[in-house]
Design a protein around this ligand. Sequence first.
Ligand code: PHE
Length: 457
Amino acid sequence: MASRERWGSRLGFIMAAAGSAVGLGNLWKFPYITYDNDGGAFVLVYLACVAVVGLPIMVAEIIMGRRSERDLVGAFQVLKPGSPLWRVVGWMGVFTGFVILSYYSVVAGWTLEYTMRSAVGFFDGMGGEEIASSFGAFLVDPYRQVWWHAVFMVLTLGVVIGGIHRGIERWTKILMPILAGLVVLMMCYSLAVGDTARALTFLFSVGSGISGHGVLEALGHAFFTLSVGMGVMVTYGSYLAKDQDIGKVALTVTVMDTVIALVACLMLYPIIFAYDVPIQESIGIIFTTLPFVFQQMPFGSVMAPLFFLLVSFAALSSTISLLEVVVTYVVDEWGLERPRGAATAAAFIFLFGIPSALCFGAWSWLSEVTLLWKGEQDLNWFDSFDYLATNWLLPLGGLSIALFAGWAMTEADRKSEFETGEDTRRVFDYLFWRFAIRYVSPVAVFVVLLYKIGLVG
Ligand code: PHE
């Protein structure tokens, strides 16, 4: 067998992993679910979940990937031969990637539409109401929805076919830093002109309390935003060179991801509060607020298309990681060639995503066939998949991975992988991580899930 492809450098891996982590989850989803959950306590629970659940599981995933040099399903088999149960967990991860990518690509498509719109001056002279209603009209336009979804899947496929080093690594290394810079710049502007005090109170004062549903959402989002619980980090870790310190890499990615999510809120909320920008549907948060902001902002007409373009790149570096999980699986396990495996997977995912693209408009009857597990509110197709994947599949996958890495893997496999690396000063100790992955993360996830199905609380 030819030797496995590798990331070109540590920075390359970090950028690709951070590229996977940082995406619509940070710039779009976190601001809107935090808004829906009244901030404060929700943010705190989210941060706690990132630290005690997300980070240890990210370390576990990279360890599994680098040790086995395989996809998620293969990793379970190599590290624990002859246990069919783990294979099911592996399949679940691949399936989760499939589901998330199908609707994620739809929203990613919106960022392309908004890049175009702001480039041609579509929003010039529009007020907040008009901008919001133009978003509503766009949502129900079936052709545009499917078209951009298709375009996004093709872009994703293009990069994934190029492979790890030439495809994924090259681009994320350039685009991620530019995006980070721009988001910080916009945050500064927003803090200067908007209602900063109210935004800070909203985000960080815990007086508001949190519902049981909010806790599950915070946990689910911690998985989603860090791209853990479904094998992205196993897959990317399988291409990581042996001399890298996994703890350090994981910590760096986690911190970057968390900072960008908070910065995104601080970019949006001060403006929303100061100008009473109408947010018709919370999923429209960046699409209704930002065009309004750019109109007032110096150089707004140049910044707007640039910003939406960079958001679409952030989304792209996440969609390629989602597709890569499925592709590494069909290449490693079924022996397909990369281009053919990637094209087939992308085609199926595209088809699977069509109902998500159409469910806002005339095709909303699709919502009627939605899975009825929820009961608390009406969910359309799009929300149902997001709900299923984020709040159930990722936590269940994460729980399984924690149990696997903590209990089923051999101490030798785990420890030597954790401790390989040029550097002997570690950001955290092996035993510390082992305690977290054995007890803290699984118990936390378990309790939240029990709570959710009504067995405790
Ligand atoms: N972490 C990505 C984001 O925040 C989404 C994602 C989830 C990517 C799961 C890969 C796996 O946008």
